[in-house]
Write a protein that binds this ligand. Structure first.
Ligand code: FMN
Length: 436
């Protein structure tokens, strides 16, 4: 099969009714369900599938400031894939298709390095996010990630530097965790909001909470009201234990957040942003995903790792069929070993073109995939309090009373080696070698 070079503006099947999105504003961070930053899992193919299936914006995985500084930007003339190549591996891979929706996340503890890192990728992204939530020692020992929660002046000086030095069409945002004490959290949020950011994501766990512990999303309500009271119009995005587009209504009803962000559930099924996510993913998702990964040159080991994470909540396939499929995937050593599984002759270009058409058609319609908060509130369990009771100092167990998200129930049986949810940090190491 001959491959056609990617054209940044190929003919769309639908006529353009609205102008293409120029740049993001705070409002674009509202009324949506977003793909969370995920090292290793949030790769380009996953982000494109998430966008195809309804994610409003997508966050790229955290990349430490220094890591991108010495990379070389290379564009594949056939696929259009843009790689920022380090010495032995691609540090960051993107595609012009996702640029209107792409937020690039930086790990940093230095305002000047953060600005330099952001400037490296500016031409390919719409926003820059600062990771203030990663609790892993490799991040915190150098003052990055969740360590910034304990150094609010440094945290805010990074955000201020980014906002001052970057052009106004690039949004600046931050992703934090809760502090143990609600009052301290509100003080921190006030400082952060005053730096001029467009959006704030709150992962509703504290630095010491493990992923298998329930996210304390009910604490967010007060924070959202506080931010709204500051009158700057910035978006607050709730993160923690949301399972799907449908479940985002529950999260919004409890938190009042403007949007909801999903990580783990999207790692299991990147179509979870749709009101009708794909089921029977072994047949409906994995074959096209593999095809697109091959077409875009995604490193095989990463593709294999990603598809092994995929899990459908509904399946009409027999258990034995699913096990047989997973077994054959586990044995595959390269894309060539996937030929029989995918079936027929394939190079992935057709799957990619379908995604191009769907994502480009989005540009002609309003971005919003609004979650109906009123409807969600009507169905809300009134026994669940929406504000943190006075004198509540610490959200950590025991004594939590937010409704148990179905996410936790689903998570329980997943072996720790696969789910990695028994570790304090959800962020695994990122190893994406360059294609040979
Ligand atoms: C595999 C994996 C990688 C992650 N990598 C990042 C990251 O690069 N940056 C970040 O801010 N959070 C990262 N996180 C945390 C998620 O973005 C999110 O805050 C957390 O998983 C809670 O959301 P959830 O309950 O929907 O999973 C990662 C999580 C997972 C599961």
């Amino acid at each position: 099969m001959t491959r056609r070079p990617y054209s940044p503006s190929p003919s769309s099947p639908r006529p353009s009714k609205k102008p293409r999105i120029d740049h993001l504003t705070s409002d674009d961070f509202k009324d949506g369900v977003m793909l969370a930053p995920m090292v290793r899992s949030g790769v380009l193919p996953t982000r494109l599938f998430a966008l195809k299936h309804g994610a409003k914006l997508v966050w790229a995985p955290e990349i430490v400031d220094k890591a991108i500084l010495h990379s070389e930007r290379v564009v594949d003339p056939i696929t259009g894939v843009i790689s920022y190549n380090g010495k032995s591996r691609a540090m960051f891979t993107t595609h012009p298709l996702e640029k209107p929706y792409l937020i690039y996340q930086i790990g940093s503890s230095d305002p000047s390095l953060a600005v330099q890192a952001a400037k490296m990728v500016l031409q390919d992204v719409s926003g820059i996010d600062l990771n203030c939530g990663c609790p892993k020692p490799f991040s915190t020992h150098s003052g990055m990630g969740a360590a910034l929660l304990s150094t609010p002046d440094l945290l805010c000086s990074i955000l201020t530097a980014l906002r001052t030095e970057l052009p106004p069409h690039i949004t600046v945002s931050a992703k934090i965790r809760l502090l143990p004490n609600q009052e301290d959290t509100l003080k921190l949020v006030e400082k952060i909001v005053n730096t001029g950011i467009s959006a704030l994501t709150v992962h509703c766990r504290t630095r010491n909470q493990r992923m298998k512990e329930r996210a304390v999303i009910e604490r967010l309500k007060e924070i959202v009201e506080f931010v709204e009271g500051m009158g700057k119009g910035i978006a607050v995005i709730a993160n923690g234990d949301c399972l799907s587009w449908e479940d985002a209504k529950r999260v919004r009803a409890i938190t009042g957040a403007h949007s909801v962000m999903i990580a783990t559930a999207a790692e299991s099924n990147p179509t979870c942003f749709s009101p009708t996510p794909l089921v029977d993913i072994e047949k409906t998702l994995i074959p096209p995903y593999v095809q697109m990964c091959k077409y875009l040159g995604n490193f095989w080991a990463n593709t294999k790792w990603s598809i092994i994470q995929f899990r459908g909540s509904l399946s009409t396939l027999k258990r034995t069929e699913c096990i047989a499929i997973k077994d054959s995937l586990a044995k595959a050593k390269s894309y060539d070993d996937m030929n029989e599984f995918v079936g027929g002759q394939w190079d992935g270009e057709q799957v990619f073109q379908e995604i191009v058409e769907v994502i480009q058609a989005r540009e002609n319609t309003p971005l919003s995939l609004a979650v109906n908060v009123d409807e969600a509130n009507e169905n809300r369990d009134e026994s669940v309090p929406l504000v943190t009771p006075p004198a509540t100092q610490n959200p950590e167990p025991p004594g939590l009373w937010a409704p148990l998200a179905p996410a936790n129930a689903l998570r329980a049986p997943v072996p720790a080696m696969i789910s990695r949810q028994d570790v304090v940090s959800p962020t695994p190491g990122d190893v994406v070698p360059l294609p040979s």
